[in-house]
Design a protein around this ligand. Structure first.
Ligand code: THU
Length: 135
């Protein structure tokens, strides 16, 4: 579990960088790539609201833009002292880059308290590249 503890701590630290002047809801995320490197992200809001990017997608897009298109795990922490689950758009982006449907997702409350779930659990019956390959 050592890698996952590091992942969780990096998500917590990434939340410090959140740009959330509109919602004041800070989110941090960290993804583990298939070569063992970790990319972090925070939510980045916009005055238009709609151009806001979630912490999970920031982390995933940073990894992908550096050449890592396979993600082995993700940790996310929201602002309040409870468990914040990824939004629907972020779940769909995870489907695109997750190593498998049983990829672990850590929903973090704090360093010592987190829920370990999987992509299949939070987005069952997902649509993905496998469906397009059938066409
Ligand atoms: N947010 C995330 O960063 N990740 C989620 O999974 C849920 C929502 C952000 C977007 C916005 O900046 C703020 O939380 C309030 O919705």
């Amino acid at each position: 579990m050592l890698d996952y503890n590091v992942l969780i701590e990096k998500a917590i630290n990434a939340r410090e960088m959140a740009y959330a002047p509109y919602s004041n809801f800070k989110v941090g995320a960290a993804v583990l790539t298939d070569d063992g490197s970790i990319y972090t992200g925070c939510n980045i809001e916009n005055a238009s609201y709609g151009a806001t990017n979630c912490a999970e997608r920031t982390a995933i897009f940073k990894a992908v833009s550096e050449g890592y298109t396979t993600i082995k795990a993700i940790a996310v922490i929201g602002d309040v002292n409870s468990y914040t689950y990824p939004c629907g758009i972020c779940r769909q982006v995870m489907v695109e880059f997750a190593e498998s449907s049983d990829m672990p997702i850590f929903i973090v409350k704090n360093k010592n308290e987190y829920i370990k779930t999987t992509l299949e659990e939070i987005l069952p019956g997902s649509f993905g590249k496998k469906d397009l390959e059938k066409a």
